[in-house]
Design a protein around this ligand. Sequence first.
Ligand code: 7RM
Length: 629
Amino acid sequence: MIDLALRSAQDYHNAKAAATNNSESFWDDIANQFEWHQKWDKTLDYDFHKPEVKWFLGGKLNITENCLDRYVKSQPDQTAIIFEPNDPKEAAQHISYKELHSRVCRVANMLKANGAKKGDRICIYMPMVPELAVTVLACARIGAIHSVVFAGFSAAALAARINDADCTMLITADGGFRGAKITPLKDIADEALEQCPTVQSCIVLKRTGQKVAWNSVDIWWHDALEKVDDNCPAEIMDSEDPLFILYTSGSTGKPKGMVHSCGGYMVYTAYSFQNVFQYQKGDVYWCTADIGWITGHSYIIYGPLAVGATTVMFEGIPSYPDYDRFWEVCAKHQVNQFYTAPTAIRALQKHPSTLVDKHDLSSLKVLGSVGEPINTEAWHWYDDHVGKNKCPIVDTWWQTETGGILISSLAGVTKQKPTYATLPMPGIQAVLLDNEGNELEGEAEGILAIKHPWPSIARTIWGDHNRYKNVYFSAYPGYYFPGDGALRDAQGNFRITGRVDDVVIVSGHNLGTAPIENALNEHPNVVESAVVGFPHDVKGNALHAFVIVKDAAEQDGVLVSELRALVAKTIGPIAKPDRIQVVSGLPKTRSGKIMRRILRKLAAGEHDSLGDISTLLNPDVVQEIIDMR
Ligand code: 7RM
C-alpha cells in the first residue's frame, strides 16, 4: 500500500497548513507516491478567469498501472472486487488483483481488436456487474475516454450522450437484473443507436440470457473475448489527457459532459478515499452507488483500487429480496466501511428496525453519506441502528464536477457533527460569499465557493468550454462556484444547506427550502418532504410542501395543522407553507436527487410544460401528483 494516511487530528492540521502554505509541494509529495513513466515538470498551472486548470504538467502515467500492475506485484492474491449479485442465491465473486489485471488487459485487447484507440470515446451502458468495472479500466488501459451512462436511462437520454461525445463504440449487455425486474438494455440500446451514426461497433455482454435483436454493428462479448489474450501494455498518457466524460444534469435540459483528466483525478481520488474512510489494509469497503454516477467512478473503482483496497460491487437494490439486503450483505462480506445516500437511509428507516437489528453488523467501523444534505432524523437512525453509536459517520460533500470529496470529516480522526459535512479536506480552500461576492468571516451563512484548484477538478464540459466558464466561474469571478449554499459554525464546520437555486423569496424574506424540509421531517409521521415556491399575488411567492407520510391513515387535516405549527416553531411563521400536499412519492433523478424543477412546475399548475420526465426514477408519480391536487 502507499502511504497517504492522515492518522490524527494533528496530521490533518499539519496537512492543511502545508497545503495552504505551499499547495504545489504538498501535492508533489502525494503525487510522488504513484507510479509515473515520467515525472511532471510543473505541478500546477491555473487561471480561474480563463478558466483553465492543469496539474502535473508533462507527467506521463497510466492510471491502471497504479490501480492494477502495482498491486499485482505487491499483493496479487488480495481481493480487489467482491461482486454481490442481485439474486442472493447466485454466488458472490471474489476477484483478486491478479485476476482483475488479467481481465482488464484482455478486454482492453478486445476493444483494440474492434477498432478502439487512444482518444476515442467509448460509451458504456451496462448493469452493475464486474464486467462494467473491467470495461471502464480497459478503456483507461488503452487511453480511450469512457463515458458511462447509467443503465436506467432511456434510449433518448442514451442517444443524446452518445452523440454529444461522438462515441464510436458502445458496450452494453442483453439485460440487467434489478430487484425482481429486468432492464432490457439491448433493446434500449438498439433504439438509441438508430440515432447514433458515429457508433461503429456495439459489444454485448450476456447477463440475463434474454432474447435480443441482432444488428450489423453487434458483437457478442464472449465471442470477441475468445480472439484475444491478456497481454496488453498500458498506453502512456499525459497527465492532462482526458480519462473520462461523465454527464450531469444542468439547469437547462442539455446534460453537461464533465471531463476528468488522468493524473490529477488519480491523485485526488486515492488521497481522499484513503483519508476520509481511514481504509486499512485488508478492510472490506462497500459503496452502494451505481458506477453510472461519479460516486461509483471515484469511490467504487478508481480511489479504492489506487490504494489497493477491496471494494464491493453490488448489482441489486436495497429492497430486494427484502428491505434488509444492505445489512445482510454487510454481514455476509464483513464490510468495514459502508457508504450510501440519505435517500436510501430514509427509505430503509420506514421499515421496522428489527430488519437491521437481526444482522450482525459488528464488522462495521465507518459509515458514510453522500448525495444530499442528511437530515437529523436519518443521521441518528444511521448512527443508532447501523453504527450502534460506535462508527464515525462521514458526511461527504462533493460533486461530479469536483471528482472527489471536498468537505468531510476524516473517520475517527477529525470531529463529526450531525448534519454537518464539517471541514474542508487539506488543500481545499472553501469560503462563504455574500450575494455581492464578498468573503464572509467566522460564523456565517452564504454561498459556498472554492478559492484554489485541487487536482481532480473537472477541466471542461465536453465540447462547450464556454458553458463551463459560465456555469462555474462567472457568477463569482476568481472562485469555483458549485451552486450550493452553506453555513459555518464557530469551529469552521460547514453544513451544506442545499442548492442556492432552492431559495424562495416569500414576502421579501429569503427562505431556504432545505431548513423547512428539515422541520417537516422532524414530524414522526413524515418520511420525506420537498418544499418549493410558487407565484402568489400578495407574497410574491408562497410555499408548497410535498410530503410523504408513514401512516397514510392519519387525518390529513390534523397532520397539516401539526406540520404548519412545527415549521412555525422551528423556523418562524413566515416559513409556514401555504399548501401541504401528501404524496406517495417525489419525482427523483435516478441518483435519488429530488427534481425540484418539476415540483415547481407542478406547484405553479404548469402541467403542460414539464419537459422530458422520462429520465426520472419514477415518472408515474408526476401524474399521480397532478391527479391528486
Ligand atoms: C457526489 C454527488 C452534487 C450535488 C451537490 C450538492 C449535493 C452531494 C452532499 C450534498 C449536502 C452532502 N455528485 N450533495 N453530497 N449536499 N451534503 N454530503 O452527489 O454531481 O451527483 O451531485 O449533490 O447539492 O452540489 S452530484
